[in-house]
Design a protein around this ligand. Structure first.
Ligand code: GLU
Length: 518
């Protein structure tokens, strides 16, 4: 009995640009299938085109993987038993296979110039046939080859495709497809000059690296046919291929820069949660369940199977991605959210950097207060301005302050109430214990603790007291709340008002109330 085959899947990018949404989706599906099957996930860098391959693109791809939370078992930075994982370091292996296929007659030398190839295509077209290589070097005699070589021509290597065969392809994505091989070119394996090309190098590597399954975009379907025939020529089983539909833009055409940013790291730079981007891309052609859109990587792996990938093109909808980003913000642990938003908060200069180290609880509170109000991280800093700087009231706030002539007295009464209450001190204060920032309660469903049991009144206590004050003043609660918010924040929208009172603390609240009640 032969040993069971370990599932091995790979993502094989060409480092000729940043990782795009489509590439990331391919990577996610191969990764999830490898994890679901208990197999290995490889990263193979297809960099035979040295002129177009760059180190920056490679870095971008690896960084996109790290950001999306895709780990790889073999490949750059990890090594493995099937390396090297850069095609540019495998040229001797391709040379060996090229010689073998030439010897077996599955490959032949082609001496045509590109002009001759083009002229042949045009002639076929003019004769009403599919334009392709006219196979003029397919059956050269030894003497003809020697003569061409003698005239200074350098041969490329072409694969000899069967001329009379209908191949039945069993594709995990497209189902069963019959392909007439006469319609498939005798494709170039190695350019004149020695550079191995994609289909050839890909088969050699998939074979040598023991790849069992390949998920990739349907634009590779015809390549898959060429690759299947080459596997057969080598007497080896091919991986199971799944060619999956393209990602579409709003207009139903292939997703492009016109529709949205296509580079994965743009979403990082625009302040999307990485978990949301992973989740959203995974859904472009696969569904978790009929009624649940949000899932973790582990949940995806527990359910993922290649045949479940959809058969029709999924549309990329940036609105939905933004919605999802907001959902992930709401579900995030506060400390994660503090860390993720930090670069945006610092870039906007909304909080002094030292506060992150000296007053972590202040940062937690600022983030906690706004957790329900943001979707993308850059939305946070503009919401923090009033915390550190006394606000200039905007038009809406001015209106709320001017609406009732008695508002200044109400605010003065509220200041008096606060002055007697146990509310947290404001940051920054003198060093010492009083400098500690009181932490906002995070569990909104917890029952309200007794006042005597907490060092500071909680927002819910503060609200109780403000309601009682409104009763004493004989006014509606709202008539107190609107000018109060205007005085404390300079605007008419934002986090819960008593969260703000708690967060601003004694000194800031009293100073702002006194400025507005004059
Ligand atoms: N380097 C190819 C690409 O980036 C890989 C295709 C494949 O997965 O075979 O499209």
């Amino acid at each position: 009995m032969s040993a069971p085959v370990t599932p091995r899947l790979r993502f094989a990018p060409s480092p000729t640009g940043p990782l795009h949404i489509g590439g990331a989706r391919t990577a996610i599906y191969n990764w999830a299938a490898a994890r679901a099957l208990g197999g290995r996930f490889l990263l193979r860098i297809e960099d035979t085109d040295q002129a177009r391959s760059t180190k920056a693109s490679l870095e971008n791809i690896l960084e996109s993987f790290r950001w999306l939370g895709l780990d790889w078992d073999e490949g750059p930075e990890h090594g493995g038993d099937f390396g090297p994982y850069f095609q540019s370091e495998r040229l001797d292996i391709y040379a060996r296979y090229g010689a073998r296929l030439l010897a077996s007659g599955h490959a032949y030398e082609c001496f045509c110039t590109s002009e001759e190839v083009e002229a042949g295509r045009e002639a076929l077209k003019a004769a009403g046939r599919s334009p392709m290589y006219d196979r003029r070097c397919r059956d050269l005699s030894d003497a003809q080859r020697e003569e061409l070589r003698g005239s200074g021509r350098v041969a490329s290597l072409r694969f000899r495709m069967p001329l009379d065969e209908d191949l039945t392809v069993h594709d995990l994505g497209k189902g069963q497809v019959v392909v007439n091989l006469r319609e498939v070119d005798d494709w170039v394996m190695v350019r004149a000059g020695g550079m191995p090309l994609y289909n050839f190098a890909c088969v050699v590597d998939d074979l040598e690296m023991g790849i069992t399954h390949v998920v990739r975009g349907e634009e590779h379907f015809v390549n898959g046919v060429k690759q299947l025939v080459m596997f057969r020529a080598l007497g080896q089983p091919a991986p199971q291929y799944a060619h999956i539909p393209l990602i579409l833009g709003k207009d139903g055409k292939k997703l492009s820069k016109r529709d949205a940013s296509t580079a994965v790291l743009d979403y990082r730079d625009h302040g999307y949660s990485a978990d949301a981007v992973f989740n959203y891309i995974a859904l472009l052609g696969w569904s978790f369940s009929g009624d649940q859109d949000l899932f973790t990587r582990d949940e995806m792996v527990a359910r993922f199977a290649i045949p479940d990938i959809g058969k029709s093109g999924a549309k990329f909808d940036e609105e939905k991605l933004q919605w999802m980003a907001g959902e992930y913000v709401r579900r995030a642990a506060i400390d994660d959210l503090v860390a993720w938003t930090k670069p945006f908060v610092l870039a906007a200069g909304a909080v002094p950097e030292s506060a992150y180290a000296s007053h972590p609880d202040l940062l937690r509170n600022l983030v906690r207060c706004n957790q329900e109000r943001i979707r993308l991280f850059p939305e946070l800093p503009p919401k923090l301005g009033y915390y550190f700087t006394d606000p200039e009231p905007d038009d809406a706030a001015r209106k709320n302050l001017a609406k009732f002539p008695d508002a200044p007295q109400w605010l003065a009464a509220y200041a008096e109430l606060l002055g007697d209450s146990a509310i947290p001190p404001s940051y920054p204060k003198d060093r010492g214990d009083a400098d500690r920032v009181a932490v906002l309660p995070t569990d909104r469903n917890a029952s309200l603790p007794d006042r005597s049991a907490v060092p500071f009144l909680l927002p819910a206590h503060l609200e109780e007291d403000a309601r009682a004050l409104a009763d004493r003043l004989g006014i509606k609660f709202g008539n107190l709340v609107h000018p109060l918010r205007a005085a404390l924040t300079g605007t008419d929208k934002g986090p819960g008002l008593f969260d703000i009172v708690y967060l601003l603390g004694r000194e800031r609240c009293l100073a702002r109330l006194s400025a507005s009640s004059r």
